[in-house]
Design a protein around this ligand. Structure first.
Ligand code: GLN
Length: 463
């Protein structure tokens, strides 16, 4: 059952919250020793007890899992980092506040690549999460814990964060639904910053309608986030059923290169025929700047990360290593507190921003970013939705991508829409090598309604 199915069953008295919670914990007991999706977990008795008072609200006391870089007052928020091992925020993130106001409870905090930097959850300081479809393989990342928990049946739904693909890619690799909203639609207040101009919180769910429901709860302006858009929240569930008759779907030829292999390409053909069976039209388009998204993204996101992570200095937050002077103390604390990948990004970002190189790297990357946004805007003059695979391959094996560039390449199809700030969703698109393979749909800015409607129409017909 998906979240909405559970809510309906609860409202009709067909089940009780206690039963739902017992079911989830039964699954957790079975799979969590292998999957390891959670870094912290609520006590089921507490959820049951507190749930009683929430029965009248929209979300009826159901537990929802939250990625561990999203602030919660009742759980530590570690960001998968030794630096924040026992850090406990003094406030809830806006998204969490809104979920609670709608009657949900925080089920626990899910594992991630340290500070959301990665595509496999192997960069977590607390050990990797494993893919419930095959424990030899990664769940994707950085929201790997959230995607694995939902895919394994441990959670009904989860929040993730997406800077360059971290909601969509793990959703694709685990076989669930993941949405990255338009930049600024969901407030970033309480989301620990990685790259502030790209970060977005998004839902990871079992179905498209669940995704629409959660988005309806968490979207909307918050004055505490200066980049939050002044938009009125909408109910994204109501128009899901309109269909896609007459809509034009663009498949960029850059999103279906021969290197994907015959299995994946055959699946993309299958998606195109399903779209046409449902009354849509498929046209080939071109987004020639796609290949520049990866270097532009890694320059911009690392530059912003190097500034954002400067706050972890051994004075505030948890890790602090005593030394002879302040400089040595900061260096020693960072040496101990940060993992390799985070250090790599800080060094790359600091270099890209250094005097004399600023324009050559960061400035140029920003110009590429603007051009990519224009390229999408132009494509959307011609088509309603852009589609293609979410990630070039299904889930890879743990340890398989030891070279950072090989890891970065798993995001080639999610990075362009992140840079452009447009919304994108990954839905299960069938199997490649017996493993889930995600279909990504991309829509113009603030067209989440359209995006979800297309995803809802295609969902379930793609295998
Ligand atoms: N995998 C990408 C990175 O490592 C994206 C991460 C994200 O979206 N948080 O930066």
């Amino acid at each position: 059952m998906d979240l909405i199915g559970v809510l309906e069953a609860l409202s009709q008295g067909k089940t009780a919250l206690g039963e739902i919670i017992d079911g989830l914990w039964e699954c957790i007991g079975e799979v969590e020793p292998t999957v390891r999706a959670f870094l912290s977990l609520a006590a089921p008795e507490d959820l049951k007890r507190r749930g009683v008072k929430l029965a009248g609200r929209t979300l009826r006391g159901v537990p929802i899992a939250v990625k561990d870089n999203i602030s919660t007052v009742d759980f530590p928020t570690t960001c998968g980092s030794r630096f924040l091992k026992s850090f406990r925020p003094v406030f809830d993130a806006t998204a969490v506040e809104r979920l609670r106001a709608a009657g949900a409870q925080v089920q626990g905090k899910t594992n991630l690549d340290e500070f959301a930097m990665g595509s496999s959850t192997e960069h977590s300081a607390f050990g990797p999460t494993r893919n419930p479809n095959d424990p030899e393989r990664v769940p994707g990342g950085s929201s790997g814990g959230s995607a694995a928990a939902v895919a394994a049946g441990e959670a009904l739904a989860a929040l993730g964060s997406d800077t360059g693909g971290s909601v969509r890619q793990p959703a694709a690799l685990c076989g669930v639904v993941g949405l990255k909203p338009t930049y600024g639609l969901v407030p970033r207040w309480g989301l620990v910053a990685f790259a502030s101009s790209l970060d977005q919180i998004g839902p990871i769910t079992r179905s498209v309608r669940d995704c629409a429901l959660i988005l309806s709860v968490i979207a909307g302006h918050d004055p505490r986030d200066s980049t939050s858009l002044p938009v009125v929240p909408q109910d994204y569930v109501t128009e899901l059923e309109g269909g896609i008759e007459g809509w034009k779907f663009g498949l960029p030829k850059e999103y279906a290169p021969r290197e994907l292999g015959t299995k994946a390409l055959a699946l993309i053909d299958r998606w195109a025929s399903v779209i046409e069976e449902l009354g849509g039209e498929v046209v080939e388009i071109s987004l020639p700047l796609t290949e520049f998204a990866l270097p532009a993204y890694y320059l911009i996101s690392s530059a912003e990360a190097s500034a954002n992570l400067a706050r972890f200095d051994g004075v505030r937050y948890t890790v602090s290593v005593p030394a002879e002077d302040v400089r040595a103390m900061i260096a020693a604390s960072r040496t101990l507190g940060f993992g390799r990948e985070v250090k790599r990004r800080i060094m790359l970002g600091t270099f890209a921003l250094s005097a004399g190189y600023y324009d050559r790297y960061y400035g140029k990357a920003q110009r590429v970013r603007t051009l990519i946004a224009h390229e999408f805007a132009e494509a959307f003059q011609e088509v309603d939705i852009v589609f293609g695979p979410t990630s070039p391959t299904p889930a890879f094996k743990l340890g398989e991508k030891a070279d950072p560039i090989a890891m970065y390449l798993s995001d080639i199809f999610t990075l362009p829409s992140s840079l452009a700030g447009v919304p994108a969703i990954s839905i299960p698109g069938g199997k490649v090598q017996g493993l889930p393979f995600g279909l990504q749909l991309i829509a113009p800015r603030l067209e989440e309604m359209k995006l979800l409607r297309a995803a809802y129409a295609l969902e379930g017909d793609l295998a």
